[in-house]
Ligand binder design. Structure first.
Ligand SMILES: Nc1ncnc2c1ncn2[C@@H]1O[C@H](COP(=O)(O)OP(=O)(O)O)[C@@H](O)[C@H]1O
Ligand SMILES: Cc1cn([C@H]2C[C@H](O)[C@@H](COP(=O)(O)OP(=O)(O)O)O2)c(=O)[nH]c1=O
Length: 194
């Protein structure tokens, strides 16, 4: 990797962990603190990311592993790196740990994932976590679920995230608590706010 960037912040975790919720709150807090901020997500809102989202809805996942990598390339070069260069803080929903945690289901070769991210700055990655029953209850409330929103996937992926956190030293924040407590703990891991 080309060095760490404290202005590049990633929230990770299984579906239903709270990434979307806390990406928004964190971006708000950073803006109030005077930073220029963009929020971003993977799969991205670019052409490949939109196609991935469409396929995740229909369950047509053949060849999707390569598409996650192509989308990451597009998104980093067209959205994330230009924003970091202009001095923005980037708060992102998912990054390479998603490729690894879901690898049994998305068919993305881990060696390709690691080879690709070496080119990019290393973000602050925070893993959000909750018990499987809580995650299932939360995704079950959604009308816009996807192909991976099922017990077998969520159980496996949650364990993968906990192993990744252990291996790489990512902080893990439990989200089956009051949102204000969860948010305080997330903020404590964001260097630019300390
Ligand atoms: N601390 C919390 N307590 C209770 N519900 C929460 C908490 N954090 C998030 N939620 C709820 O859980 C659901 C899933 O959160 P979301 O941010 O969409 O997760 P993700 O983006 O990780 O799939 C949402 O309905 C959200 O309002
Ligand atoms: C970024 C990425 C996501 N995924 C999976 C994880 C999620 O289940 C899915 C993306 O959907 P998700 O983040 O849940 O999007 P939304 O909340 O908008 O529905 O793609 C991978 O398998 N590999 C990856 O590299």
């Amino acid at each position: 990797m080309v060095g760490a960037s404290s202005r590049f912040i990633v929230l990770e975790g299984p579906d239903g962990a709270g990434k979307t919720t806390y990406v928004k709150l964190l971006a708000q807090k950073l803006r109030h603190a005077g930073f220029k901020v963009i929020t971003a997500r993977e799969p991205s809102d670019g052409p490949i990311g939109r196609e991935i989202r469409r396929r995740l809805k229909t369950g047509d996942t053949d060849g999707i592993g390569e598409m996650f990598l192509q989308d990451r390339e597009w998104h980093m070069n067209n959205v994330v790196l230009p924003a970091l260069r202009k001095g923005y803080v980037v708060v992102m929903d998912r990054y390479w740990p998603s490729s690894i945690a879901y690898r049994r289901f998305n068919h993305t070769p881990p060696e390709k994932v690691y080879a690709q991210i070496r080119k990019y700055p290393e973000p602050r990655i925070i893993v959000l976590d909750a018990p499987v029953e809580v995650l299932l209850e939360r995704v079950g409330r959604r009308s816009d679920g996807n192909f991976f929103d099922k017990r077998e996937v969520i159980e496996t992926v949650r364990q993968e995230y906990l192993m990744l956190a252990e291996k790489h030293g990512f902080p893990v924040v439990r989200t089956d608590r009051w949102p204000s407590e969860v948010f305080r703990d997330i903020v404590a891991h964001v260097e630019v706010l300390s």
